[in-house]
Design a protein around this ligand. Structure first.
Ligand code: MN
Length: 491
């Protein structure tokens, strides 16, 4: 399902105490609020006013329906009036969808001349939302609390970001990952417990033989290759005479996409150590598939592949870009320190600052033909890098704030796409924090998804979240990791 096909149910808490007139007013206002927020253009999905909840049975029935409805990606609750929260227990205890408590208020200002006890009885969000918040805390239910005036753009944007996160949850729970070959031999961080991952995150991670891919490639027609070559010519500058190498990548892309579509997969991994029967490591092929929304991980890294697909799904329609990334090398000039991110070939062109060029160069690793790949520079802007690691018994999601710059040098002999950034809080402390937390060399780099969204996603998924910010110190982080380790063992 695409972003626009999902909806969120707006459920407004109340009770019978106030009489029919107040309840009618509450319902009419809730409908109005949903309409205005939908028309603001700041929500990526439709907010559907569903009910003014007055009884435990109503709430239980509504939660059951929300759990069952595939188009419902979450519920948004708010208490216009006071809504005694014991009547929410049975419903919320069974809630299986993401939940946002939107602590807002119908009126922006206190109406100085008109305020009387009728106004006070109708407008009780300030204490109604506290009663509602207590039961969320008491139930230990993962929930997002957003406070703000519903007509303010900032509040709407935060609700919109949370909706994107919830869509990332829905996407994750039905994600299938296609592995071509196993993980790179002897590498630890790309490994993981696939059963645990499916239990926690929903991913179905399975393998298909490279021989089957070669067979599918051989069945691709010249006409299919011609059509994809036209697309390449439209989107990229061809900076090579080796057209056959590009055509070979097109053949690989078509075959991989056919196999993924046949299985409903939105992410894939491969490894240069298992290209049996293939002439080139997929470069351009993987890059163009990522540009279309597929997740990818090199060296069999199915975790980063799945995370790439999820962050792409969360940021659908945004234009900053999200890419599979790897920390490659540092520039350690004092006061001018940067990380250079790249990969053997496969950086997604969604992060490019300019029109990517198709070039053909030898790989320098493995024993295959020189593959066609897209070469470009990443653009300037704030971003995050994200890494999911398996700590044994639990998953840890590590997120670091970064600022990407236009690469400070041209590096004319570097034959791959490159992104350059300043890590927070600074390069060396950032590296110390990342390594202390066990973050991988592979990451997802995104200009579109925020650290707050990843924190929310991790909370909903019930996995550990570590955030390296401009304020992080190694000492504070070590303390946090030590306590988290104890807490997650008890959990
Ligand atoms: Mn790699």
């Amino acid at each position: 399902m695409r972003m626009k096909e999902y909806e969120f149910w707006f459920v407004v808490g109340s009770q019978f105490l106030y009489g029919d007139e107040v309840l009618e007013t509450v319902a009419a206002r809730a409908e109005e609020m949903a309409t205005v927020m939908n028309e603001s253009g700041n929500l990526p999905c439709k907010l559907v006013y569903k009910a003014t909840a007055k009884t435990a049975q109503e709430i239980t029935d509504l939660v059951r329906e929300a759990n069952y409805a595939p188009q419902c990606a979450g519920i948004v609750t708010w208490c216009h009036t006071f809504s005694p929260s014991k009547m929410w227990i049975n419903g919320l205890a069974n809630l299986q969808k993401p939940w946002c408590h939107f602590a807002t208020q119908y009126n922006r200002e206190i109406p100085n001349d008109e305020i009387d006890m009728d106004f006070m009885n109708l407008n009780q969000a300030a204490h109604g939302d506290r009663e509602h918040g207590f039961i969320g805390a008491r139930l230990r239910k993962p929930r997002k609390v957003i406070a703000g005036f519903w007509q303010e753009q900032e509040a709407q944007n935060r609700l919109g970001d949370w909706m994107r996160t919830a869509v990332g949850v829905a996407f994750s729970k039905q994600l299938k990952v296609m592995r071509f070959g196993d993980n790179m031999r002897e590498v630890a961080v790309t490994e993981g417990d696939k059963v645990e991952v499916q239990m926690k995150l929903g991913w179905q991670v399975n393998t298909w033989p490279v021989g089957k891919l070669v067979e599918t490639m051989n069945a691709v027609t010249e006409a299919e290759v011609d059509a994809l070559m036209d697309t390449y010519r439209q989107q990229y500058d061809i900076a090579t005479d080796d057209i056959e190498s590009i055509r070979y990548q097109a053949r690989e892309e078509i075959a991989m996409e056919k196999m993924m579509q046949a299985e409903g997969c939105m992410a894939f991994s491969n490894t240069f150590q298992d290209l049996y029967g293939m002439e080139q490591l997929p470069g351009l092929a993987s890059q163009h598939l990522m540009a279309k929304g597929y997740g990818y991980g090199g060296e069999g890294d199915w975790k980063v592949s799945a995370m790439t697909a999820i962050l792409k799904a969360m940021s659908e329609g945004k234009t900053g870009g999200t890419a599979f990334m790897e920390d490659y090398t540092y520039h350690l000039e004092k006061g001018n320190e940067y990380s250079l991110g790249a990969h053997m070939l496969e950086v997604c062109p969604s992060v490019a600052a300019e029109k990517p060029r198709i070039e053909v160069h030898p790989l320098g690793i493995g024993d295959r033909q020189p593959p066609a790949r897209l070469v470009f520079e990443g653009h300037e802007g704030d971003a995050i890098v994200v890494s999911l690691v398996d700590m044994g018994g639990r998953l840890r999601l590590i997120c670091q704030d970064i600022h990407c710059v236009k690469p400070i040098m041209e590096m004319p002999k570097l034959p791959v796409a490159r992104v350059m950034w300043q890590a927070m809080p600074d390069l060396t402390t950032g590296v110390e924090c990342w390594i202390t937390a066990g973050g991988a060399h592979h990451t997802v780099l995104s200009y579109d998804v925020t650290a707050e969204q990843m924190r929310d996603w991790a909370r909903i998924m019930d996995i550990e979240f570590v955030h390296i910010t401009k304020d992080t110190t190694v000492e504070k982080l070590e303390q946090e990791l030590f306590l988290a380790d104890l807490a997650w063992k008890l959990k």
